[in-house]
Design a protein around this ligand. Sequence first.
Ligand SMILES: [Fe+2]
Ligand SMILES: [Fe+2]
Length: 187
Amino acid sequence: MTDTPTEQDVVDVLTTDHHEVLDLLEQMKVTTDPELLRDDADTIISELVRHSVAEEMYVYPAMRKHLPDGDEAVEHDIKEHKELEQTMKKLEGVGAEEPEFRQLLGQLETILRDHVSDEENEQFPGLRANIPRDELVEMATKVEAANTVAPTRPHPLAPNNQVFHKLVGPGVGLVDRLRDKLTHREA
Ligand SMILES: [Fe+2]
Ligand SMILES: [Fe+2]
């Protein structure tokens, strides 16, 4: 945290999200405590749902509008968000000591790395090339505002967040509960 107002644009914010989740996935590879692993998995689920919803609300409409093949790129990205969510829905209720847990994390990482590389190598540079910087900075503000109203864990990624568990709760249905809260469709 700094005292100065953020000058980050939306690409900076979303790129940070990507790498926080990828770093946590790396960290989980050397973590053995099942409770911590389960908690980290919930953190990853909540961060990725929040990130996907923010992109769908504030970024993909701009991609459709400003990128030459924006519609196609957005359809592709949304399809990958759905694949991530399908994997996370399987991960919701799996205990960290079950073999399926590591398998699902591996699957999640593969989809996420591909998706992150599409966004960071193609679509994000496209956004910066086609949208004035002040608009990109304004989009960053919107994405960050969405973070603060979201019932997800605060940055930096923190395990055992009481508010998160009280508002959303871990376990089966987490992905849907988060998406409902974030898009204001109360369950
Ligand atoms: Fe993303
Ligand atoms: Fe995305």
